[in-house]
Design a protein around this ligand. Structure first.
Ligand code: MEV
Length: 299
């Protein structure tokens, strides 16, 4: 039997969440499926559709993440098969989803009946390999699903969303590591500490208003907040020309709002398209962007 975990989109508040502010995030499915088997060899992981195998001690980040996971769970003597339904490094929480699915697969193989906290702790150890200072939003959403406001201090506060919200997700095709983008923001903060704190505070108020808009079903309002968040993310140096072009194209096609999602430097753009979904997808297709539509907030 395979174990599953969600992917995620950050509707508002990436990066500032690393500095203690709230973010508004939603799980997306399908994320990752994983199965575990007993094995005598080194702990290893085969990932489809990448057709790559990683093992503890092979020097790769995934090999190190497997080691961290196996130590956090206190289990060795297994190997894993995972199927990714998310693009790797696209800002949709693929690495956290892989970590949660693997932790669940190992725990079900050994009949560990791990509680939620133990899965989260193992997935956090995994995530720390990919960037030293994760806020925890990715693996929390991967494990818990749903929609909510996340803070480092308080975890996820779920929101009651009246009806599922449809989002267009376009993949820029560009890639940057989360570690590098988090380091970029840390450098900006070092150079301009006061301005950066003000930017994080401004994003926090977008998140608070965004949560109210989402609960009230005010998608037009939420879209405007996404546009403002994108401008602030650009001021933190995590946008790119292509991401800006995708946001512009989505808005020109009638989207209520569009922004990058996740660490930026590439990866995906989300657009709240309202009645203009087809027009947004067509506009992105004209830019050579691969896109899909997801629903978030469905119970
Ligand atoms: C990455 O999905 C979101 C960031 O805010 C990093 C984090 O929260 O750990 C960029």
């Amino acid at each position: 039997m395979s174990s599953i975990a969600h992917g995620k989109v950050i509707l508002l508040g990436e990066h500032s969440v690393v500095y203690g502010r709230p973010c508004l995030a939603a799980a997306i499915a399908p994320g990752v499926e994983a199965t575990a088997r007993d094995s005598d060899g080194p702990v290893s992981l085969h990932v489809s559709p990448w057709q790559c195998t990683f093992a503890v001690g092979d020097g790769s980040d995934l090999g190190r993440a497997l080691d961290a996971l196996s130590q956090a769970l206190g289990v060795t003597g297994f190997d894993l098969d995972a199927v990714m339904h998310l693009p790797g490094g696209g800002g949709l929480g693929s690495s956290a989803s892989l970590g949660v699915a693997c932790a669940r697969a190992v725990s079900s193989l050994r009949g560990l009946m791990l509680d939620h906290e133990a899965v989260l702790a193992a997935a956090l150890a995994w995530e720390k390999v990919f960037h030293g200072n994760p806020s925890g939003v990715d693996h929390t959403l991967a494990a818990m699903g749903g929609v909510g406001v996340f803070t480092k201090a308080e975890g996820l506060r779920r929101l009651d969303v009246r009806a599922p919200v449809r989002l267009c997700i376009g993949d820029s095709g560009e890639r940057a590591s989360t570690r590098d983008m988090v380091a970029t923001v840390a450098r900006v903060r070092e150079m301009r500490p006061e301005a950066s704190e003000k930017t994080f505070d401004a994003i926090a108020s977008l998140v608070r208003n965004g949560a109210l808009a989402l609960e009230a079903g005010d998608l037009r309002g939420l879209g405007e907040l996404m546009n403002l968040n994108q401008a602030l993310l650009a001021s933190l140096m995590v946008s790119t020309e292509r991401l800006e072009a995708m946001c512009r194209a989505a808005r020109e096609a009638g989207a209520y709002g569009a922004k990058l999602t996740g660490a930026g430097g590439g990866g995906c753009v989300i657009a709240l398209a309202g009645p203009n979904e087809r027009a947004v997808l067509d506009a992105w297709e004209a830019l050579g962007v691969r896109a899909k539509v997801v629903e978030v907030g469905a119970s």
